[in-house]
Design a protein around this ligand. Sequence first.
Ligand code: NAD
Length: 321
Amino acid sequence: MYIVAEQDIPALIDRPSAFKAIEAVFAAMASGQARNFPVIREDIGYANALYGFKSGFDKAGLALGLKSGGYWPGNEAQGLTNHQSTVFLFDPDTGRLQAVVGGNYLTAIRTAAAAAVSVAHLARPDSKVLGMVGAGHQAAFQLRAVAEQRDFERVVAWNRNPERLARLASVAQDMGLPFEAVSLEELGAAADVIVTITSSFAPILQAGHIKPGTHLACMGTDTKGKQEVAADLVAGAKAFTDEIAQAISIGECQHAVAAGALEPANITALGDVINGQKSGRDSAEQITLFDGTGVGLQDLSVASAIVELARKAGKATEVAI
Ligand code: NAD
């Protein structure tokens, strides 16, 4: 079996490879070839940590395994990342352990790739202004991946603490895109594509903020109770997601569904659009919304790609077990 170290992963996986892996696994999920298993997430009663597993099997990509990890709030004080995870891949023919892959960088790049896949399939082709809501750890990855999907001319951004936008500004500069910190009203009026990536528990964007034809990638809500956009904005948009069961229970759609304003049957799996089974955007004026809840199969598909790349690059350590 192979070990791919966390520190080697940024140099191994690029954004196009992550995009390809995520697009393929969303397609496999929608066609019934890939399935996520129930998520385990527990308060372990030690170090204030939340710990769990996300697992699944992709028969098309032959990825079987789990991502194990969670949140250790005391880590930052020790110079470590609070979110810690590791992916374990197993041989689907024998059940033998195939690979252990660092999961921290992988999580950021696979989450950004999911937003990018949604933009590629759902945003208006003539989108020019990219709006970012949030400026935490994930936001810079999101900006880089999404900005590549259209010929954007500038980036507008909002964060609860505007001083934290400096990092996003430097990413935009790096990509040759003018950057402006704006109010939520200005952001909604200007942006053709909006990424929300916060850990908010109350709506930030309201329906009145958004102009017709906008595509929203709502990426921050991955737990019951979290919310980034108002329920009527979700209900008024054409809603897409990675996995419908998660969207209605822990994703952005949970609030509109609970309010009776959105029928789960009206939420489309993005994989069905990728497979050509269902329509994506119906008109240039339609507001489209991708509820990116984050599924274990995303981790497994990108981890498999990383193992392949690491073997080719001589960066996979082989261990006999
Ligand atoms: P972070 O702690 O680095 O940053 C949090 C961001 O949320 C900051 O911009 C902060 O200002 C903002 N924020 C927090 N509370 C807010 C509030 N009440 N109102 C407005 N803004 C608020 O976190 P991160 O690692 O960047 O993750 C952001 C979110 O994305 C988290 O909710 C995380 O759980 C989620 N996430 C989702 C996926 C997925 O697959 N969908 C994957 C990874 C992380």
